[in-house]
Ligand binder design. Structure first.
Ligand code: ZN
Length: 427
C-alpha cells in the first residue's frame, strides 16, 4: 500500500497543544509515520497527497456512549420493527457515525458481537467498537423491559443479547459471566433510574454496592471494566465506591460525587445532548408518553448544572452522546454542548479524542503522533473558532480509519445530501 499524505492549513493533535500551522501527516501501513510542518516533512515517493481549502486535521473522534443497534425512542415504531431489521439498522447507523468523523465508539448496550465482527470483516463502513452487549438492571430498574401492560418487549433487537435483568450477588456473578461469554468488552450496569424507563425516576438508586462490586470483580477477572448508567447522587456514589470506571450521564451529580470521582479517577461521560434528543424525538416522531418527556425536561437543566460543576472541578470527562436516543451521525453536536458547560473548544476536542483513548486504555489512539494508528478527520474551517461547525456534516471533508480513506467528501457541497443511507422503520 502506498503512503498517504494529508496536507492541512492547521493540525490539532489531540494533546491540547496549540495547533500546528501549514501541517502534514504521513501515513504508512495504517500508522502515522510523521507529523509536522509541511515544509519540514519528506513526502515519500509515490505517496497519495490529499489536500483541500482551509482544512483542519484532527484525530478521529471517539464517542464513549452510543447504541448502534437502536434507532430512536418511538415505542410504537420499536414494537413494529422486526428484530432482524433492527439488527440490520446497525449498518447505516455505523456508517453514519463513521461519516461524521467518529472513528471509535463504545457501545453502551443492545448491540451484539456480530455487529463488531461484521464491521471488522469489512462488510460495511463502521467505527472501531467496544461493546457492552447487555444493559444490566435490577428487577423493575432502568433496563427492565417489562412494560406496565405486562408485555416484555426488549427495547431493541435481542439477537445474541442476553436478557439483562438480574438481582443479588450470585445472580450478578452468573449474569456478568454470561454477558462476557456473549462477547462483551464492557459491563454496563444501570445503577439509577432513568428517563426512558416507565417504573422509576432518575433520582432512584438501583443495585446495592455489593451487587455492583460483584460486577466489577467478575469483569476484572478477564481484564474488563464496568460503566454505570448513574443519574442519582446515591447511584453515582454506590457505583464509585464499588469501583466502576465511568459514570454515564451523571445528571444529578453533586459535590460529594464530584469529590469521589476525583478521588477514584473515574470518568464522566455526560451525554449532554441526550435529554434534548428525547424531547426532540417525542416532538417530531411521537410515541413517548408525557411522563417520560416531563422527566427529560426536568433532568435537562439539572444535568447542565451538574456537568458544568464537574468541568469546573477538573473531573475527567470523555465525550459521549447516547446516539440512538438522538440521530446516529450527529455525535459532534456534543462538543458545542460541552463548551456551553464551561470547556474551551480545545478542552472539548481533547475530551473527544485523547481522554476517551485513556478511558479505553488505547494509547495508540486519540492523538496524532508517529506510531499511532492512523484514525484522522479533516474538517473545513477552524473548529477552535467555531466548535459547532464540527456538527455540520458539510464541514467533514475526509475520514481516515486504520490508514485508509473511509470517506472523501471534498467534492460534496453543503447542498448535497449525505451519501450514507438512513436506517429504516418497518412500514
Ligand atoms: Zn445509553
Amino acid at each position: 500500500m502506498s503512503a498517504l499524505v494529508i496536507v492541512a492549513e492547521r493540525l490539532i493533535d489531540g494533546t491540547g497543544r496549540d495547533p500546528l500551522e501549514r501541517a502534514a501527516v504521513v501515513i504508512e501501513d495504517g500508522r502515522i509515520t510523521a507529523v509536522g510542518e509541511r515544509s519540514s516533512l519528506t513526502i515519500p515517493d509515490g505517496a497519495d497527497v490529499l489536500e483541500d481549502d482551509d482544512l483542519t486535521l484532527l484525530p478521529g473522534f471517539m464517542d464513549m456512549h452510543v447504541h448502534l443497534a437502536s434507532s430512536g425512542t418511538n415505542l410504537v415504531r420499536i414494537l413494529m420493527t422486526p428484530a432482524s431489521l433492527a439488527l440490520l439498522n446497525s449498518i447505516p447507523n455505523s456508517a453514519r457515525t463513521l461519516a461524521a468523523g467518529v472513528t471509535t465508539v463504545r457501545d453502551a448496550g443492545h448491540t451484539p458481537v456480530g455487529v463488531r465482527l461484521a464491521a471488522e470483516a469489512g462488510y460495511f463502513p463502521a467505527p472501531r467498537m467496544e461493546l457492552a452487549i447487555s444493559l444490566l438492571s435490577q428487577t423493575g430498574g432502568h433496563g427492565d423491559d417489562l412494560m406496565p401492560c405486562g408485555a416484555r418487549v426488549g427495547l431493541t433487537m435481542n439477537v445474541d443479547v442476553p436478557h439483562g435483568v438480574v438481582d443479588g450477588v450470585d445472580g450478578m456473578r452468573r449474569k456478568v459471566r454470561q454477558v462476557l461469554q456473549a462477547g462483551a468488552d464492557w459491563i454496563k450496569l444501570c445503577t439509577s433510574g432513568g428517563v426512558l424507563s416507565p417504573g422509576d425516576l432518575p433520582d432512584h438508586a438501583q443495585f446495592s454496592v455489593d451487587e455492583i462490586r460483584t460486577a466489577v470483580e467478575e469483569a476484572a477477572v478477564v481484564g474488563r471494566r464496568v460503566m454505570a448508567h448513574a443519574m442519582s447522587p446515591a447511584g453515582i456514589r454506590n457505583s464509585l465506591l464499588a469501583g466502576v470506571t465511568s459514570i454515564e450521564h451523571g445528571c444529578l451529580l453533586d459535590e460529594e460525587g464530584i469529590a469521589l470521582m476525583k478521588e477514584k479517577g473515574a470518568y464522566l461521560v455526560p451525554t449532554l445532548v441526550a435529554p434534548g434528543d428525547v424531547i426532540e424525538g417525542a416532538m417530531t416522531s411521537g410515541g413517548l408518553p408525557p411522563e417520560m418527556i416531563a422527566k427529560a425536561e426536568r433532568i435537562g437543566a439539572l444535568h447542565r448544572a451538574a456537568v458544568s460543576a464537574a468541568i469546573a472541578s477538573g473531573v475527567k470527562i470523555a465525550m459521549g452522546t447516547d446516539a440512538a436516543v438522538g440521530p446516529h451521525g450527529a455525535n459532534l453536536r456534543e462538543l458545542g454542548e460541552m463548551v456551553r458547560c464551561g470547556m474551551t473548544p480545545m478542552q472539548a476536542i481533547v475530551a473527544s479524542t485523547r481522554v476517551p483513548a485513556d478511558l479505553l486504555r488505547r494509547p495508540d489512539l486519540g492523538t496524532l503522533a508517529p506510531g499511532k494508528l492512523a484514525d484522522l478527520v479533516a474538517v473545513r474551517g477552524d473548529p477552535l473558532a467555531d466548535i459547532d461547525s464540527l456538527a455540520d456534516p458539510a464541514h467533514i471533508r475526509l475520514v481516515v480509519k486504520d490508514g485508509r480513506v473511509a470517506y472523501d467528501f471534498r467534492n460534496r457541497s453543503a447542498a448535497q445530501p449525505s451519501s450514507v443511507s438512513s436506517p429504516r422503520a418497518a412500514s
